[in-house]
Design a protein around this ligand. Structure first.
Ligand code: ZN
Length: 276
């Protein structure tokens, strides 16, 4: 609902479901009983699963924030030098689910977004950052993520692919940062050096924490937390999960996980639904 000055009078979060990659569940969830074979079942097939990807458009009285940018339309070509297109094909997406389509369904283009906040700079989150190269949009990431993303030689390292972000200028943050009132970026490293989560304190829906890859899915959260095949620092990752748990328990928060194949279907998704 717009306020008298044309700005929204409260915070509204639109969850943009951007379809799914597919992948071996072992990447996301290292449960020994599930992922590792034993002598009575030595040829257990890999579990190929949906790996949904989402972004969040936050309408705030002080500006419009986009949390993450999902995967690119040209994924097969762009990811080819890395081989990631074989492990994480972004082939579970419809025309209406690409990020630009989702924004257009809300009547928005790149110029309408004031700030893009990146949870981290992995290929499946930073895929559409260059949409904002000339839009006047402020780009924000954690300083340790920035440092790491530019620290290596060559085109890619792990799941950081320079094609996604090179040439862009970022404002960096460190520590827990209140971006706007009711929008807090939480430092939750471990998955990568500068992974962040986003806490929204909403008038009606209460506190929501978008964990991105700090917590892939409900099964990762536990307790006990279950690690994954791609973690930059396991101890830091574990501390971050417990940090999120503490905040969630204190605020009675709803957690929205980064890539949960079940939870995504339980959310109020844009453009039909939202949280405020
Ligand atoms: Zn990631």
């Amino acid at each position: 609902m717009p306020g008298t000055n044309g700005k929204p009078d409260k915070i509204t979060a639109h969850v943009l479901s951007c379809g799914a990659m597919h992948t071996d569940l072992t990447w996301l969830l290292l449960q020994p009983g599930r992922a590792i074979t034993n002598r009575s079942n030595p040829r257990k097939p890999a579990e190929w699963t949906d790996c949904p990807t989402h972004a969040v458009l936050v309408d705030h009285p002080d500006g419009r924030i986009l949390w993450d940018t999902s995967c690119p339309r040209d994924w097969e070509h762009r990811w080819e030098p890395t081989g990631l297109q074989e492990f994480f094909p972004y082939d579970g997406v419809g025309e209406d689910e690409y990020l630009d389509s989702r924004l257009a369904q809300l009547g928005l283009g790149a110029h309408d977004v004031d700030v893009v906040v990146m949870s981290h700079l992995h290929f499946d989150h930073a895929g559409n950052l260059k949409m904002f190269a000339d839009s006047g949009t402020r780009l924000v990431c954690h300083d340790k993520e920035y440092e790491h993303a530019y620290s290596f030689d060559g085109l890619f390292q792990g799941a950081h692919l320079k094609t996604d972000y090179e040439g862009l200028e970022f404002d960096t943050v460190s520590g827990d940062t209140e971006l706007y009132p009711g929008v807090t970026l939480l430092e939750t490293p471990g998955h990568t050096p500068g992974t962040m989560s986003m806490q929204l304190d909403l008038a009606d829906s209460g506190t929501m924490i978008f964990t991105s890859d700090a917590i892939y899915m409900r099964a990762s959260y536990g307790p006990p937390p279950v690690g994954a095949a791609i973690v930059w620092d396991n101890q830091a990752w574990l501390r971050s999960v417990e940090k999120i748990r503490n905040i969630a328990e204190r605020t009675d928060a709803t957690l929205v996980f980064g890539h949960d194949p079940d939870q995504i279907h339980d959310l109020r998704l844009a453009p039909a639904g939202s949280y405020s």
